[in-house]
Design a protein around this ligand. Structure first.
Ligand SMILES: [Zn+2]
Length: 309
């Protein structure tokens, strides 16, 4: 009798059309950044609920922890992180305080998006955070290469399919559509940047390594002496000399850094300071993963053209 009853319940559950999944039973996905949230939306469509923790206009290394973040993590079925120690300064205590077993490091509901992507600047010697360097496991800003975006979306698709096997075909179809759209967009972005291949620039933080690698920028210096270390007078003087020597006319600055030092370097060298968002949500125009590249590629191409290169 009991078995028949359970079988009946199971059949009834199976009979529920996928479209009719009520919101409360959709996997609740929390991404640490808006970039990962955007990619999760591309794959998950209306079969998941997505929210993010850090805003795109914040420095993702140094996010101020808020009680609301713990609440988000308490309700999460899946947590997607950038990894490579990007969030190590703020995320571990939040995960711990959420007391949500599903999203603890190593649990099924914890996805490190850096698996399977191309990581640049992996240190060969000894680098520790004790030295103040916030990139001890290579450059964690890897989402700024569309090809890495493709790999991240694939990881998310695999994980969501594991959570909701019945929706696998839906997620895979959305992943394929995303991939096709990305291929077209990437052609357009590469064509826009092609005339400026090899152009030398300086950036504030090492946020644009993957972007530069994909789109042919040559980053020859940084306003920070080391990743995560504020500018120092001696480093700034060295940078000015190097920029004069190599005739560098562009300084890219993430929206969350103070413009004082970049602007003084700009005045000393005749270089233009360009605020360029490394993340979705960094400026209002960069509303999703595609819009972020649209915005940055156009911004750069226009600035280089204006500089007469
Ligand atoms: Zn960084």
């Amino acid at each position: 009798m009991k078995t028949r009853f359970l079988a009946g319940v199971l059949l009834a559950l199976l009979a529920v059309p996928a479209r009719a999944i009520p919101a409360e039973t959709k996997p609740n996905v929390i991404a640490t950044t808006e970039d990962l949230a955007s990619l999760a939306r591309e794959v998950g469509g209306d079969r998941i609920v997505v929210d993010s923790i850090a805003r795109g206009y914040q420095d993702p290394h140094f996010v101020e922890a808020k009680p609301s973040f713990i609440l988000k993590l308490q309700k999460a079925d899946l947590l997607i992180v950038v990894g490579r120690e990007l969030e190590i300064g703020w995320l571990p205590p939040l995960i711990q305080q959420s007391r949500n077993a599903k999203v603890q490091v190593g649990a099924d509901g914890y996805l490190d998006a850096s698996q399977g992507v191309r990581i640049l600047e992996i240190p060969t010697g000894q680098v520790t955070r004790a030295m103040g360097d916030v990139h001890p496991q290579g450059n964690p800003h890897y989402w700024l290469d569309p090809e890495n975006g493709r790999a991240i979306a694939k990881s998310i698709c695999d994980k969501l399919s594991q959570f909701r096997p019945a929706d696998r075909a839906y997620f895979e179809q959305r992943l394929a559509a995303f991939g096709a759209r990305l291929t077209e967009a990437e052609k357009k972005w590469l064509a826009l940047m092609a005339p400026y291949k090899g152009i030398k620039v300086v950036t504030y933080h090492r946020s644009f390594a993957n972007f530069a690698d994909r789109f042919g920028l040559d980053i020859v210096g940084y306003v920070e002496p080391r990743p995560g270390i504020p500018p120092s007078p001696s480093h700034t003087l060295d940078l000015i000399q190097e920029m004069r020597r190599q005739n560098i006319k562009l300084i890219l600055v993430e929206p969350y850094f103070d413009l004082k030092t970049p602007e003084s370097v700009g005045r000393a060298t005749g270089a233009r300071v360009l605020v360029m968002p490394p993340s979705v949500g960094g400026v209002k125009e960069a509303a999703d993963f595609f819009a972020l590249f649209d915005y940055n590629v156009t911004l750069l191409a226009d600035a280089i053209k204006a500089a007469g290169k």
